[in-house]
Design a protein around this ligand. Structure first.
Ligand SMILES: [Zn+2]
Length: 140
């Protein structure tokens, strides 16, 4: 994916109204979670209609922070039986333990905190297989 510099607004078709904003802020309302606000995100915003497009880096930051905030909230309600062993996932996906942690950071695998440690939330075999496909395509 290449970063694109937006000038014209794809929403309202205004010409030259898209301006880079480095400290945008958005509150995400996700079902079953308290609203999560993320600040200092970079994107191009239209001075006419207000619509914005986040940069690739900002999108990654959002994905990662949403996963982290969801994990913190889930930590209060998820029980031990809902957790999955990291070793099991790494074996199933054919990737290293470190890569599994990385996937949690990237928001690809949901997790919770148990004390200071992070544990993946249980995923069914179908979802595991989906993940496995993605891991495989990336290697090529
Ligand atoms: Zn616009």
């Amino acid at each position: 994916m290449r970063e694109r510099k937006w000038k014209d607004c794809p929403s309202c078709n205004s010409i030259g109204t898209m301006k880079l904003k480095k400290n945008a802020k958005e509150t995400f309302n996700i079902k079953k979670y308290q609203p999560i606000t993320i600040s200092d995100i970079e994107g191009y915003f239209c001075s006419n209609c207000g619509k914005g497009i986040y940069t690739i880096r900002a999108k990654k930051k959002i994905k990662s922070l949403l996963a982290l905030e969801k994990a913190k909230q889930d930590s209060l309600r998820v029980v031990a039986a809902d957790l999955m062993d990291i070793g099991y996932i790494s074996k199933k996906l054919g990737v290293s333990i470190q890569r599994v942690y990385q996937m949690m950071n990237e928001g690809k695998i949901d997790y919770v905190f148990v004390g200071k440690n992070r544990f993946p939330i249980k995923i069914d075999d179908a979802t595991l297989n989906e993940l496995k496909k993605k891991v495989r395509t990336r290697k090529k």
